[in-house]
Every structure is written in C-alpha cells, then in structure tokens.
Write a new protein. Structure first.
Length: 318
C-alpha cells in the first residue's frame, strides 16, 4: 500500500503519488469549451490528493463531425483549459487531457445525416443509417489536427496527452477489422489498420517534443462482441522498453501495471504502477485474467518507464 503514495517519474513528468483520476466523460456548454464548472470539478479531484488528473475525451477537430464533448481546436479554447490546469497544479497534481480525433459511428447528428467512420458501416444508434467513409485526405487532416491540438494543450499547461483510441470510437474503428474495410493505406492488413494511430502518436510527438509524456488508451478485448479478434490482442506492443509478459505467446511488451480486474480505480493505476498490466493470455469474456506473472527483473527505475504508455480498457466511458 505504501507504494501507492510514493512519487513516480514518467518521462519528464514527476507524479507526487500513483493515484490517478481516470478519464470520465463530462458535459459541456454550447461553446464546447472548458468552463468554470470544469475548473472547480477537476480542482476538487486534485485537492483530494490525486497525483494525476485526466479529463474525458476532448476532440481535436470538428471538420467531419460536431463536437460531442469539449474541444480544443483553436487558441480561444486554450484560456479556460489553462485555468483548469492552473487549479489542478495549485494542489500539487499533474493534469492531462484525453485527446480524440472524433467518435465516428458513435456520433448522433440527426436521423438523416450519416456520420463519418473508417468505412461504410452502420451507425451505432441507428443501424439503418450507414456511415460515410472518411476520405484518405480527411484521415491525414485529422492526424495533423491531433498534433496541433496537442501543442495547444501543452501551451495551456497540460502535462500529459492520453490518446483516446478505445471503446468503439473513431481510432478503434480504424484498428478493428470489424469496422475497417478500407482499401487504401489505412485499411486491410493489421499494420495498415494501426497506421492512423501510429501517425497520430508521431504527430503529437513532433508537436510536443520527444520527452513529453503520451499515453494511449486502447481496447484489447471487446468483451461483448467480436469487434476485436482474440488472435489480434497479442499483436499490440510498446516498441521501446516495457515489461514482456513471459506467458504470452508471442510476448506482449507492456509497461507497468497490475494483474487485477479492470475497474475505474485499477484502470487509473494501470500505466503508472510497477507491475504488469491486466491482459488475457487465453480467450475470455470476463475480467478473470491469468495468474500474476513474475518479472525476472522488477521494473522500478524511472528509465524503465516507456514514454508512450498503452492503457488497455474494458470500460464504456472516458
């Protein structure tokens, strides 16, 4: 238990403890910007003792869909975000936002306007409404927007960007073969379906610098349907440093986590604890994971933490 309250270093960011407020969706006003309610809300979480406070999804673009949540698309959006970051920092916590290129087929505009997605697939709420496929140039535009938005966030005082790549939302629609039927460079093979996400990570890195912390929240197991084929789960990895689970075949490179069921609390800890992340080694439809793996060399030093952290999630929000 004492470990939970010890400081920890992630790239260039030092957390005063390992307690993290996980991303959860919140409402916004008609401007889709952060407001004083957010300043007070996130400030209270930091006041309560969290080492890191993360927002719910914040979209980087409204080019292809109306903002379903807060947005960060121009300098006007920066002012209130800066006030949120300032309030969180006042209580000694670090502040991060969950940045998203959009929600795709999960969007609801009206019964007659199909949203954009990776491919022409049914809208989540109205299956008879078939989504429009994002044009290739549109995908590239969203990649660029993610970098620009991340730079605005950094300038506003945000300490870490978590890329919103889970839960059936837009990035997940690209990585999943169930929703991605494209024939261009962003579809087809496993590697091509990851291209959108990889390019976003590279763009954010380019915009914010090589030492700026980036996290990625992903869905490795869809639990209730066949969206994420079981045979693909083990192909995700963190390329530089990270814990290699010896009982996964092929090995899965994972940063620091905990072999416990994924709950809001445990998920919030997943990237920032010092033991391996909950990932099934065998097909399962419950959070009953394999017994704890024992790394040959415990990961403790700051240098052992990858600067890009993959956070699996089974949760339907944030």
């Amino acid at each position: 238990m004492n470990k939970l309250f010890e400081p920890i270093q992630i790239g260039s960011m030092t957390l005063k403890n390992r307690i993290v407020m996980a991303p959860m969706g919140t409402t916004t006003d008609t401007t889709n910007a952060f407001n004083m309610r957010d300043v007070k809300y996130y400030g209270e979480r930091a006041k309560g003792g969290c080492g890191l406070v993360l927002t719910g999804a914040v979209v980087a673009s409204t080019e292809f869909e109306p903002a379903p949540c807060q947005k960060l698309t121009n300098t006007k959006d920066v002012y209130m975000l800066h006030l949120v970051a300032e309030r969180v920092h006042f209580y000694g916590a670090k502040f991060g936002i969950q940045l998203s290129p959009g929600i795709g087929r999960m969007n609801w505009i009206d019964p007659h306007t199909p949203p954009y997605s990776a491919s022409p697939v049914p809208n989540y709420y109205v299956p008879s409404l078939i989504c429009r496929e994002l044009p290739t140039e549109g995908v590239k535009s969203l990649v660029k927007a993610m970098g620009e938005s991340a730079k605005l966030a950094k300038n506003a005082g945000v300490d870490i960007i978590e890329i919103h790549a889970y839960g059936g939302y837009l990035i997940d629609q690209f990585t999943s073969a169930k929703w991605n039927h494209r024939t261009d460079e962003y579809g087809g093979s496993f590697e091509n379906r990851q291209r959108f996400l990889r390019e976003i990570v590279e763009e954010v890195r380019k915009a914010c610098g090589k030492d700026y912390p980036i996290a990625i929240k992903m869905t490795l197991d869809s639990v209730d349907d066949d969206e994420r084929p079981i045979e693909e789960r083990h192909r995700y990895h963190v390329p530089e440093r990270g814990y290699k689970c010896p009982c996964c075949k092929p090995p899965v490179s994972l940063p620091l986590a905990d072999h416990t069921p994924t709950t809001p609390f445990h998920q919030s800890q997943a990237s920032w604890t010092s033991i391996p992340l909950p990932l099934p080694c065998e097909p399962t439809h419950t959070p009953a994971y394999h017994p704890p793996c024992k790394p040959k060399t415990p990961v403790e030093s700051a240098e052992s933490f990858p600067r890009t952290t993959v956070v699996p999630s089974l949760l339907p929000y944030g």
